[in-house]
Design a protein around this ligand. Structure first.
Ligand code: ADP
Ligand code: MG
Length: 246
């Protein structure tokens, strides 16, 4: 699957009188890491919901390459290549790591072929093996997902997203609640993912943001305050005033 630019144009969404996302436009370059930052309530999660399809905008558009996905429901958007990693909630705690991953991979195969004899898709199984290896979950294949550490569960969750072979992988605060060690592991993982897929993050740890991102988008009160290379954004006086509080 060729990589496409994700184009966010004039996205606007209000809740009653509150404009949570206000005329936001930017491009997300393929196979790069684009991170959305901003204080609580800035509109980051709403923006992610508009891109993944959990919410529809009042106006504006989302395109992946030539494909306009603006009005598509989340499932169709996922098929179009935009996948969002939800925090833990997609895991089946009573199933093993391997079973969780096989389900995710088989969901992809069944979408391609309509009918899939359960457990018979060789392609899906090969994919699962590759992902298990890549995510360092080899020793945990037979462990119940419910018995994994918090960091491992987050990793499994991202792995399941990847089993669907997305073009764009969206993660809202993937390191939230993680130990320093798990955060560093996740950063490494995100870096390696960006070799193949376009990554969009919401992340609070500003050190991590500066270290990891190719492109940073700063949100403030629903509006895009700035976007650009990490240092350029950090040194922007408007960003300093609004976000870093200097
Ligand atoms: P962030 O993720 O940057 O913290 P959000 O996108 O969650 O910000 O929220 C932006 C604003 O929109 C906040 O003021 C929040 O209270 C409001 N908001 C978000 N979702 C809803 C909703 N479903 N209904 C009403 N208000 C909402
Ligand atoms: Mg949020």
């Amino acid at each position: 699957m060729s990589a496409n630019t994700l184009q966010i144009r004039n996205l606007t969404r209000a809740f009653g009188g509150l404009v949570a996302v206000d005329d936001v436009s930017f491009d997300v370059a393929p196979r790069r890491i684009t991170t959305v930052i901003g204080p609580n309530g800035a509109g980051k999660s709403t923006l992610f919901n508009l891109i993944s399809g959990a919410l529809l905008p009042d106006s504006g558009s989302v395109r992946l390459g030539a494909l306009d996905v603006t009005a598509m429901p989340p499932q169709r958007r996922q098929r179009a290549g935009i996948a969002r990693s939800f925090q833990i909630t997609n895991l089946f705690f009573g199933l093993t790591v391997g079973e969780n991953l096989r389900l995710a991979a088989q969901a992809l195969e069944s979408r391609r072929h309509m009918v899939l004899p359960v457990g018979r898709s060789r392609r899906a199984l090969a994919k699962v093996d590759e992902i298990i290896y890549r995510f360092g979950l080899g020793e945990k294949v037979r462990e119940l997902a419910g018995n994994l550490s918090h960091g491992e569960q987050r990793r499994l969750e991202i792995a399941m997203c990847l089993a669907c072979e997305p073009q764009v992988l969206m993660m809202d605060e993937p390191t939230q609640g993680m130990s320093h060690h798990d955060t560093q592991d996740t950063a490494e993982l995100v870096r390696s993912l960006a070799r193949d897929v376009t990554v969009m993050l919401v992340e609070h740890d500003i050190g991590l943001v500066m270290d990891l991102s190719d492109h940073v988008v700063v949100m403030h009160q629903g509006r895009k305050l700035a976007d650009g290379a990490p240092r350029e954004v950090r040194d922007n006086p408007a960003v300093q005033a609004a976000y870093f509080g200097n």
